[in-house]
Write a protein that binds this ligand. Structure first.
Ligand code: PSU
Ligand code: MN
Length: 308
């Protein structure tokens, strides 16, 4: 699809055909697979996300960078290779993509990196687990995920279960407000708390159907080039026990501080400590919510094709 001698984006045939025919496509990120979830659940979750997107009538496009090419739609063996710990695959935000291409290196894309590539390829919907956001103590460290600023300028609808509970949720919601990113709860008026269904923070808007979410996003796109966040809570029967969550959160934050993790290492370090502390329960919750978000994203993407 490129006229330039530098072939830097390759769209999988099935994805290209679907886009050409105006059919629904949902982008999936790879950071959650490579740096977020432990093996072997990571590849199982990736496959299930693709399966539920197909069940909804859409085509999945898992995005990552392989040997300097942004691949929009990677097959399972390529994904397994990217996730192989011995490959030490990078974690790529939007600003990193140019370097990875120039260096012909490989890496997993975050939400920011994924929506940049998805939009470039013509995909308007993506699913993830939890969006990155404002870290606790950010007023001193300035640690705020580039997911937020990417969402403010890239018109992709993201389905996520809020932001990870390790973050400063109130500050993250304020930043999304300042950045002009619409936030809607899916069948709830409360912002989800990732491992918990309810973070306690109220939302101005709720959407009760995929069709309504698609209609609101389609209208928004007429006057704004920002993305759109649909916050889908994990089912109450799947959420983490509130007491376990509170203890795990305290342990994970202390661990992150002591480990000296900085920059892009912080989120993976905290997620890993959460998993260790909860004996894997947090991984089960993460798995449930990501798959549910992929299914909802598929339904919204299908509705969007009826409007555009
Ligand atoms: N959702 C999950 N697990 C994850 C992520 C999302 O359930 O690991 C990843 C996404 O790729 C998101 C990233 O963009 O965490 C945020 O990283 P940071 O805080 O370094 O921006
Ligand atoms: Mn950060």
């Amino acid at each position: 699809m490129n006229s330039s001698p530098l072939i830097h984006v390759s769209v999988h045939d099935e994805v290209a055909t679907a886009l050409g025919e105006g059919r629904a496509v949902v982008a999936l990120e790879t950071t959650i697979v490579v740096h977020g979830l432990p093996a072997p659940q990571n590849l199982e979750v990736a496959a299930q996300c693709e399966a539920v997107i197909r069940e909804a009538g859409a085509v999945p496009a898992t995005i990552g960078v392989i040997d300097g090419v942004i691949r929009v739609g990677v097959d399972p063996s390529t994904l397994a290779d990217l996730a192989d710990p011995s490959r030490h695959s990078d974690k790529l935000s939007a600003r990193d993509l140019g370097f990875a291409i120039a260096a012909k290196s490989s890496g997993a894309t975050t939400v920011a990196g994924t929506i940049a590539a998805a939009h470039y390829a013509g995909i308007a919907v993506m699913a993830t687990g939890g969006l990155g956001g404002v870290h606790r103590g950010a007023s001193a460290t300035y640690d705020e995920s580039a997911d937020l600023t990417a969402l403010s300028r890239i018109p992709v609808l993201v389905v996520a279960s809020g932001v990870k509970s390790i973050l400063d949720i109130g500050a993250t919601l304020e930043r999304l407000d300042s950045l002009g990113v619409p936030v809607a709860g899916y069948r709830t008026s409360k912002f989800p708390g990732f491992y918990l269904a309810d973070s306690g923070f109220p939302l101005d808007w709720r959407v009760d159907s995929p069709a309504f979410a698609a209609a609101a996003f389609a209208a928004h796109r007429h006057w704004s080039s920002s993305g759109f966040l649909v916050a889908n809570p994990v089912g109450e029967d799947h959420q983490l026990d509130a007491t376990v969550h509170a203890h795990a959160l305290a342990a994970a934050l202390a661990y992150a501080h002591e480990s000296g993790a900085v920059g892009k290492e912080v989120t993976p370090a905290i997620l890993a400590e959460f998993a260790r502390f909860t004996g894997g329960a947090s991984v089960r919750v993460n798995r449930e919510l990501v798959i549910a978000n992929a299914a909802l994203a598929g339904q919204i993407a299908v509705e969007l094709t009826h409007l555009t």
